[in-house]
Ligand binder design. Structure first.
Ligand SMILES: [Zn+2]
Length: 301
């Protein structure tokens, strides 16, 4: 599972937490030596017990529809004839920057304490009664790669503060410290045309919801509305595919529920990828596929 893959020192935001493009190249070389590089089709056939590969399979997935995936990932994968799965957020293709990314770039642009201070101050102004305590265990499980303070703050933001309120605060801070949202979205995410070029190069596109909210925080009707918008846009704007995979935003077991699984199944998504860590054996539920983060394995550099 990959997110940002970029030549970080040469970008406007070198403090973004991502994988360097050179390390990505090394990692893919190493994985290709060790594993059979899967397509979604071969991976699902394996899970269904219909395909016994000579070596273990490795399937590469990329979340969030980032521009990096077009500029830095696609050239390498098409050169190596490896299929990647790319999960796009449909509202981002329409010019939104989702909260989770506003947060990443505010963190990269500001000193953490300054940012937290500004956020909490605005929160206290708008909603003094909001409880800002978070459960330490949940924080550790959800944000394994962050320091406890940063993890606690992200958890507060993504799971505790009511979405409407959080988005309003992030919108304010984003405009104040960063940029016009539409212009930023064009720089951060792929365009529909670039996503179609991925398809033409043998890549597979999947859904990652419309709004990138933790779906489990919405009731079943709101989940369905979000997911219908997502699948509708994918099918209208992109080429037909025999499989449409889905990746749950945030992806831990607490970020989606049985209503989510039922809905994506209903809407024709073939399978659901989580961010729960592990490998997948024959018989694994198609809607509960585990993944291993790029940061969990050595890059060789
Ligand atoms: Zn995501």
């Amino acid at each position: 599972m990959y997110h940002y893959v970029r030549d970080l020192p040469r970008t406007r935001f070198p403090r973004i937490k991502g994988l360097l493009t050179d390390d990505f190249r090394l990692q893919v070389a190493r994985l290709s030596e060790q594993y059979e590089m899967a397509t979604l089709e071969s991976a699902l056939a394996f899970l269904a017990g219909q395909y016994q590969p000579p070596r273990d399979l490795c399937l590469l997935t990329f979340d969030d529809g980032l521009k990096d995936h077009y500029t830095d990932v696609l050239p390498l994968l098409s050169e190596q004839r490896i299929q990647g799965l790319f999960f796009v957020i449909t509202s981002c293709l329409e010019g939104r920057v989702v909260s989770v990314h506003k947060n990443h770039f505010l963190m990269a642009a500001l000193e953490f304490n300054e940012y937290r201070q500004a956020f909490l101050q605005r929160l206290a102004e708008l909603s003094p009664e909001t409880n800002i305590e978070v459960d330490v265990k949940q924080v550790q499980h959800t944000y394994r790669w962050d320091t406890p303070e940063v993890g606690a703050f992200k958890y507060l933001l993504n799971f505790r503060v009511p979405q409407v309120l959080r988005d309003r605060i992030l919108d304010d801070l984003f405009v104040e410290y960063l940029d016009n949202e539409k212009a930023f979205a064009r720089e951060l995410y792929m365009s529909w045309d670039e996503v179609r070029q991925l398809q033409e190069s043998g890549m597979l596109i999947g859904g990652h919801s419309h709004s990138h909210a933790a779906l489990a925080t919405m009731d079943a009707d709101r989940q369905r509305a979000d997911l219908e918008t997502c699948t509708g846009m994918l099918r209208e704007r992109l080429r037909p595919q025999s499989f449409w995979p889905f990746s749950y935003p945030y992806g831990k077991g607490n970020a989606f529920n049985s209503a989510t699984v039922e809905t994506i199944h209903d809407l024709g998504f073939t399978c659901g990828f989580t961010t729960e860590v592990g490998d997948n054996r024959v018989g694994q539920n198609f809607y509960n596929i585990l993944r291993i983060d790029t940061k969990d394995i050595a890059t060789g550099s």
